[in-house]
Write a protein that binds this ligand. Structure first.
Ligand SMILES: *Cc1c(COP(=O)(O)O)cnc(C)c1O
Length: 376
C-alpha cells in the first residue's frame, strides 16, 4: 500500500522559472541585498499593484511594518491602534519602537477591524490626550477589511493607516489590489504565504521620496560619503538579490496561485455546506479574497478540537484561527476595545489545508476525514 504523505496547511509552491533567476544572480555575482532581481521584483510588484505605487523589497513583512512605523515617526510613548485578530507580527514592531499598542476587535462580515470600535477607540484616546499615531489594519486570511469605512475614519481624525496585506497579495477591494489601498501597505513572502521568496517582504508607499527613505533606512542608513557616515540609526532589512530572483519567478504564477486557493475554498464549501455545524466566511459584494487560507467556523470548541485531532491522526495539518492579540500573554495587559468577535472565532474556528499545490486526492482525503466526523 502507498504510504500517505503529510498534508500541510500552506506549503511553498514553486512555479518553475525561479531557479533561472537565481542562477543568473550566481552567474553575474549579484549575491547581495541589491541587484537586477531586486529591481525586477519591485517592478513586477509595482505593475501588479496598478503601477502608481512605489515598492521596496525587504527581508520580511515584519521589517516592512517596522519601517512603516519609522516613516510615520512612531516612537517611544506613542499609541498605535492595531487589529487584535491577527498574527503577532502585525503588532510586534509597535513594541520595537517603544510605542504602545491598543487592540481593536473585528466585525463579523470580514473578521477584520471593526470600524465602529476603531472610532470608539480613537475618541477615547483623544479624550485622554493620547491621539493615536497610526492604525494597523489587516486583510486577514486574504479577506479585505472594510477599507472605505476604515479610511474614512482615519481621514476624519487624520491618522495614517498601515495596510497589513501580508496574507492578501492577489485580493481585491472594488477591483483594486490589496496592498495599495491605504497610506502604506506591506506584503510578506514568507514560506507559508501565497507566493514566497523563502523569506521576504515589501513596503508599498505612495511617493518615490518615501521609498528612497525606506531603502536608505533598510540598508544601514549610509549618508552620501566615501567613508561610512551615519546621521540616523539604520536597519539591515533589504531583500537579497538571490531571494528576489525567486520572487520574480513566483510573480509569473501569482494569478494561478490565487485561482488554485480560491478553488480549494469552493471545493470545501461545495462539499461541506450541507453540514449546519460548519460555516464559511463569504465575500461581501465587491470584496475579492485570494482565499489564502480556507477557514471554517464550527458550532463549538469541542467540534473544532475533534476535527483538528482526527485530521492530525491522518497526518493532516490544520490550525485554530489566530489567537487574538488582546488574549496573548505578551499583550494581555494593553488596552483593548473588544466585542467578543475574535474570541469566538478563536474558540470555534479552524484553518483547513489550503496550499495551491494540494492535489485532488489530497482534497478528497481531507474531505473524507471531515465528513466522517460530521456524519457521526
Ligand atoms: C506573515 C505575516 C506577517 C509577517 O510577515 P513575515 O514576512 O513573516 O515577517 C505580518 N502580518 C501578518 C498578518 C502575517 O500573516
Amino acid at each position: 500500500m502507498l504510504t500517505k504523505t503529510k498534508i500541510y496547511l500552506s506549503s511553498p509552491h514553486m512555479g518553475g522559472t525561479e531557479q533561472n533567476f537565481v542562477k543568473e544572480a550566481f552567474a553575474t555575482n549579484w549575491i547581495a541585498p541589491l541587484g537586477p532581481n531586486v529591481d525586477g521584483f519591485e517592478n513586477d510588484l509595482k505593475t501588479y499593484l496598478g503601477g502608481d505605487k512605489y515598492v521596496a523589497a525587504l527581508s520580511s513583512g515584519t521589517a516592512a511594518i517596522h519601517l512603516a512605523l519609522q516613516l510615520l515617526d512612531v516612537s517611544h510613548g506613542d499609541e498605535v491602534l492595531c487589529q487584535s485578530f491577527t498574527f503577532s507580527a502585525s503588532a510586534n514592531p509597535i513594541m520595537y519602537q517603544g510605542a504602545t499598542p491598543v487592540f481593536i476587535d473585528s466585525e463579523r462580515e470580514t473578521w477584520n477591524m471593526s470600524p465602529e470600535l476603531l472610532e470608539t477607540a480613537i475618541k477615547d484616546r483623544i479624550e485622554k490626550y493620547k491621539k493615536p499615531k497610526a492604525i494597523i489594519a489587516v486583510h486577514l486570511y486574504g479577506m479585505p477589511y472594510k477599507v472605505n469605512e476604515i479610511n474614512a475614519i482615519a481621514k476624519k481624525y487624520d491618522i495614517p493607516v498601515i495596510e497589513d496585506s501580508a496574507e492578501a497579495l492577489g485580493s481585491k477591494y472594488f477591483s483594486l489590489e490589496c496592498g495599495g489601498l491605504s497610506d502604506m501597505g506591506i506584503l510578506s513572502f514568507n514560506g507559508n504565504k501565497i507566493i514566497t521568496t523563502s523569506g521576504g517582504g515589501a513596503l508599498i508607499v505612495k511617493t518615490k521620496e518615501l521609498k528612497d527613505k525606506a531603502v536608505f533606512l533598510s540598508t544601514q542608513a549610509r549618508d552620501n560619503a566615501p567613508h561610512y557616515e551615519h546621521s540616523f540609526v539604520g536597519f539591515n532589512y533589504r531583500m537579497s538579490n538571490v531571494l528576489a530572483g525567486i520572487g520574480r519567478g513566483q510573480m509569473e504564477v501569482i494569478d494561478d496561485r490565487v485561482e488554485a486557493r480560491r478553488k480549494n475554498f469552493d471545493f470545501y464549501k461545495k462539499h461541506l455546506s450541507q453540514f449546519k455545524e460548519v460555516t464559511f466566511l463569504e465575500e461581501p459584494e465587491n470584496f475579492f479574497s485570494n482565499r489564502w487560507i480556507t477557514c471554517i467556523e464550527t458550532e463549538s470548541f469541542e467540534l473544532r478540537e475533534k476535527l483538528r485531532l482526527e485530521l492530525l491522526k491522518d497526518d493532516i495539518e490544520t490550525r485554530p484561527l489566530w489567537k487574538p492579540m488582546h488574549m496573548q500573554p505578551v499583550f494581555k495587559d494593553y488596552l483593548h476595545f473588544t466585542n467578543g468577535t475574535s474570541e469566538k472565532l478563536f474558540e470555534k474556528g479552524l484553518c483547513l489545508p489550503s496550499g495551491s499545490n494540494l492535489s485532488q486526492d489530497d482534497l478528497q482525503r481531507i474531505l473524507n476525514n471531515i465528513t466522517n466526523i460530521l456524519k457521526l
